[in-house]
Write a protein that binds this ligand. Structure first.
Ligand code: ATP
Ligand code: MG
Length: 430
């Protein structure tokens, strides 16, 4: 205990950057497995991207006057090259950068996904961390609105697969460039008339990026924002058609949604469709998944014009929501805890453990010696399904004793090669 105390006052993790301890880890593994199957079921292929990128990539894609670029990025100067580098705060920019750099977009449209940690210097609180994890999906080279709808439909399926309820879908459209320009002028005009009610962030954004003001989380601004002109009123026919076709598919598949005309998303690169999945179960950090279309971004980053759409979900929030919805954590216990005592038994034990693993069983080989009694305690605590016991008796005739730990049943004795078919694990989910 004393030692433990000393450790606590020793080196701690960086604030806002959590460890995932083993119990939690099983939940993460289960989620990742489900997510991978889900992504493959829709034909998405994995892409792995670096955690560090040139700062310029994010400034140019996310936008200078956004929360992320203004105050959330971990940016530092590389000691040798003098370059400014940034720990990625999101994945879309890197994904597009990679697609452009490796000419993926010349090989036709791409459906891609990635998963991993993102870094934002925010105030840590429940559901908001400085290192957090996303699963992100990008479909590049598709003008939509079909893939826009695909992204919504597939997220709806994921919630079902994970046993998540109590989520609602909000959608909006930001229109094309012309509509945004018209809307921008209307917004500036409106906010200028109410300049006295703007907070400091919003005043700064008024001319650089007035749409961002709508994304303000400051409750004092809520009244002003609710009266602001709506982008929907500035849309042209093309944008309305895109939005309408998108909704038609959602209705066809039976995905419910509400149109939220204030939904603008915190990043600069979006146009046309934007969407968010929200839950009331997680307090202020209720957005579990968000995305939309970003047709102009490829060109902005020096690639050929490429219409594209994507979304990212926050893994910590999705896991918290699973828990809140009572979705069971997947249990991934070992099949066998192998106890052994005596010189011949120790040697035989090694061979049996390898043999059982070769046959596809998960085996924990007891380490550290001790009496059978103390080994059995460890076997029980491991939650393994069976104890396989090897003493000198068993070793001499090359057999093992088997005791069920999670179900009733007598201890029995078999040759190791007979064991796997007797205790093979049946998968819990088809
Ligand atoms: P928020 O409004 O909560 O700050 P955001 O608009 O900044 O979210 P996105 O950039 O759209 O978030 O990221 C997609 C998802 O990643 C979010 O919906 C959320 O689930 C998750 N996420 C974003 N920032 C964090 C964070 N700091 N900690 C944990 N999850 C996060
Ligand atoms: Mg944010």
């Amino acid at each position: 205990m004393a030692r433990k105390g000393r450790f606590v006052s020793g080196i701690q993790a960086v604030r806002g950057m959590g460890d995932v301890l083993p119990e939690e880890g099983a939940r993460w593994d289960g989620f990742e497995q489900t997510a991978r199957d889900w992504l493959e079921a829709y034909g998405y292929r994995p892409i792995r991207l670096p955690l560090l990128e040139k700062t310029e990539l994010f400034v140019r894609s996310i936008g200078e006057v956004t929360d992320i670029v203004e105050k959330e990025m971990y940016t530092f100067t590389d000691r040798l090259s003098g370059e400014s580098l940034t720990l990625r705060p999101e994945g879309t920019a890197s994904c597009l950068r990679a697609a452009i750099q490796h000419n993926l977009l010349y090989a036709g449209p791409q459906r891609l996904y990635y998963a991993g940690p993102m870094f934002r210097h925010e105030r840590p609180q429940k559901g908001r961390y400085r290192q957090f994890h996303q699963v992100g999906v990008e479909a590049m080279g598709y003008p939509g609105p079909d893939v826009d709808a695909e992204h919504v439909v597939m997220t709806a399926r994921l919630w079902r697969l994970l046993g998540i309820g109590d989520v609602t879908l909000e959608i909006n459209t930001l229109g094309g460039a012309a509509a945004r320009a018209r809307y921008r002028a209307h917004l500036v005009h409106y906010f200028e008339r109410h300049a006295g009610e703007l907070d400091e962030d919003s005043r700064r954004r008024l001319h650089a990026n007035p749409l961002r003001i709508l994304d303000s989380k400051n409750p004092a601004m809520a009244g002003l924002l609710s009266e602001a002109p709506r982008l929907l009123d500035d849309l042209d026919e093309e944008a309305l058609k895109h939005f309408e076709e998108f909704q038609e598919i959602l209705r066809e598949v039976g995905v419910e949604y509400v149109i939220n005309p204030r939904l603008v998303r915190g990043l600069d690169y979006y146009n046309h469709t934007v969407f968010e999945w929200l839950t009331p179960r997680l307090g202020a950090q209720g957005t579990v998944c968000a995305g939309g279309r970003y047709d102009g971004l490829a060109e902005q980053l020096g690639g050929k014009p490429t219409p594209a759409c994507g979304f990212a979900l926050g893994v910590e929030r999705v896991l918290a929501l699973m828990e809140a919805c009572g979705a069971a954590a997947p249990a991934l216990p070992a099949d066998v805890y192998l106890l052994h005592q005596g010189e011949a038994a120790d040697r035989f034990g090694w061979r049996v453990a390898e043999q059982l693993r070769q046959a596809g069983l998960k085996v924990i080989l007891h380490a550290g010696g001790g009496s059978f009694k103390s080994q059995m305690k460890k076997a029980d605590a491991s939650l393994a399904r069976f104890a396989v016991i090897i003493g000198d008796d068993e070793a001499q005739v090359e057999e093992v004793s088997v005791k069920p730990l999670r179900q009733a049943g007598e201890q029995f004795r078999v040759r190791p090669e007979e064991l796997p078919p007797l205790i093979k694990h049946r998968p819990e989910r088809a």
